[in-house]
Write a protein that binds this ligand. Sequence first.
Ligand SMILES: *Cc1c(COP(=O)(O)O)cnc(C)c1O
Length: 236
Amino acid sequence: MTLDATIAANLAAIRSRIADAARRAGRRPEDVRLVAVSKTFGPDHVRAAWAASQRDFGENKVQEALQKLEATADIEIRWHLIGHLQSNKARKAATAFAAIHSVDSMDLLRRIDEAAVEQQASPDVLIQVDLAGEETKHGVPEADVASIVQAALSCRAARLCGLMLLPPWFDDAEQARPYFARLRRLRDRLVADGVPAAHLADLSMGMSHDFEVAIQEGATLVRIGTAIFGKRTVRT
Ligand SMILES: *Cc1c(COP(=O)(O)O)cnc(C)c1O
């Protein structure tokens, strides 16, 4: 099969699994958005997915993403930053990405918002939450989420739209379920405490091997790379 045909077939299979998982959970398939994670793959892969009607793409590194943005500037894409963002790249990220899933500090939030105001951008932002206390991972500890959410609500240009989670790796996706459920409950608690629900509507959680479980637990954004583009040969 050609690259285009392979990616189109993979996308069709994933879309149908997303729809099935949503229906099984009593949710509407259209309430789950697929972010195709194109990290390490080139513009040809992005174009192939685009040709199969994929419009949301995820990248985990700003520099790599900017090159791909430039190489695909002729097509309409919503780019999502899903990887750790260093403060000194906040300026660039604020205009390049429609959504930044990985906001994990007050300082970063402020820098994104300032850059967005200056450049008249209005990126969606999600707060990345660390529920496992893993030292190797980024994210705001659960106890600090409420205060960064409050800060995000008073941003002038960045628009808070939800929470993001990257749980510990388990071969068995069922083991990630308690983390997905905790993120949803955390969101529900924040809303019960007065955060406008529209600002926490999104839960970005679920990857190639566990997205169905994440959808059962309320994911609205699933970030899927391998199952669409194949195995990455470059470490990220
Ligand atoms: C790479 C990556 C993904 C996609 O992972 P796959 O297993 O390839 O689907 C999702 N989220 C984040 C944060 C990533 O870095």
